[in-house]
Design a protein around this ligand. Structure first.
Ligand SMILES: Nc1ncnc2c1ncn2[C@@H]1O[C@H](COP(=O)(O)OP(=O)(O)O)[C@@H](O)[C@H]1O
Ligand SMILES: [Mg+2]
Ligand SMILES: [Zn+2]
Length: 338
């Protein structure tokens, strides 16, 4: 994981990149506008000269300094308005020579009145989130790759519906959750045996939510407990990054494979502290587990588990292990090539 110094170094580099891109765009647009209308070039050149005149006049401290500044300012406004008219006449947008910054508050410098701008804080959070993702098994899946044909279509007497129909409903619910995010439900507990697509569907949600610009942290329960018992995670004096706060406040948190982590009182309370802290913040959480509700109760206690089940919607995955389809797919590709 990155240190605070490295995180800020990356953030400042990104801000510098944004300013540079803006400068490049400005230069390119000026070239283009000048080739269409040479008068624009002359006027822009004059504008940059008046900027130099202005700073000289400020430094001169002469008796008629304010009069000189007023004159330069007037000249400036005139030239600017002439340029604007010429831009419009040549069918170019009025801000063509001054493309807007990504953040208008700080003009992509990251600070306003010596205080960190909200864009810098957002940037730091997104670098931290990516850093956490890098150290997890996060991989990209999509709703498009989710094959409902894998689920048996035979009517299941026990459930009164076929696994195919049941999973089609779950698929729709997950799609809607991603579409509605962040105005969606509090999240899900995805239960069911291994290989039924719980991780696949939750990461498909993650991809959609991330493409809308929201932050997602994905972690397996064992990873998170390992990280939380790590000195690095807690030693704030060393790196001053509060990873726990970052997880609690992230837009969507996906906790995969609950129940497979090393059993300890510490890990149990740490995990559920995160989940519980997110509820009043209205931050959705998705929990995946291969354990049945009864096994979860045995492991974590009835009180904790019933609170989770009463807050998050339960999605019980049904079917037979889908990993066999992937093996068949891989084999057929292999045979095609031999
Ligand atoms: N319905 C499905 N369509 C396409 N691939 C699937 C489907 N269900 C599972 N898989 C694939 O099978 C493997 C195991 O699925 P996974 O989502 O990890 O299951 P689970 O988390 O329920 O144990 C993954 O490679 C996943 O992409
Ligand atoms: Mg899984
Ligand atoms: Zn800003």
């Amino acid at each position: 994981m990155l240190s605070k110094k490295e995180i800020y170094k990356q953030a400042y580099k990104e801000l510098e990149h944004r300013r540079l891109q803006r400068q490049l765009k400005r230069n390119n647009n000026l070239k283009l506008a000048s080739s269409i209308c040479p008068e624009i070039k002359a006027l822009s050149l004059n504008l940059s000269k008046t900027a130099i005149k202005l700073s000289k006049s400020i430094l001169s401290n002469s008796a008629n300094q304010s009069e000189a500044i007023r004159k330069i300012h007037e000249e400036n406004i005139k030239a600017q308005s002439k340029i604007n008219k010429l831009l419009i006449k040549n069918n170019l947008p009025p801000n063509f020579l001054s493309p807007p910054p990504i953040c208008s508050k700080c003009e992509d410098f990251g600070f306003v009145d010596n205080k960190k701008c909200s864009c810098l804080i957002k940037l730091v959070k997104s670098i931290l989130t990516k850093d956490l993702q890098k150290s997890s098994n996060f991989y990209v899946t999509s709703f498009k790759d989710f094959n409902l044909e894998y689920y048996p279509k035979e009517h299941d007497k026990k459930y009164g519906i076929s696994p195919y129909e049941h999973m089609s409903n779950i698929f729709k619910i997950c799609n809607k959750f991603a579409d509605d995010f962040p105005n969606c439900s509090e999240g899900f507990v995805m239960c069911g045996l291994t290989g039924l697509g719980k991780t696949h569907l939750s990461l498909a949600i993650a991809s959609e939510v991330m493409s809308k610009g929201f932050a997602v942290i994905y972690s397996t329960a064992s990873e998170i407990t390992r990280k939380m018992s790590d000195r690095y995670f807690h030693n704030k004096s060393n790196n001053e990054i509060d990873y726990l706060k970052l997880i609690v406040e992230t837009d969507l948190f996906i906790l995969d494979d609950l129940g497979t982590e090393f059993d300890s009182t510490f890990s149990k309370s740490a995990i559920f502290d995160i989940i519980n802290s997110r509820i009043p913040l209205n931050r959705p959480t998705i929990i995946n587990t291969n354990l049945s509700p009864r096994d979860l109760e045995k492991k974590y206690g009835e009180r904790i588990v019933s609170r989770i089940f009463s807050t998050l919607n339960t999605l019980s995955f049904k079917g037979t292990d889908n990993r066999k389809h992937n093996t068949i797919k891989k084999l057929s590709i292999y045979y095609k090539h031999t």
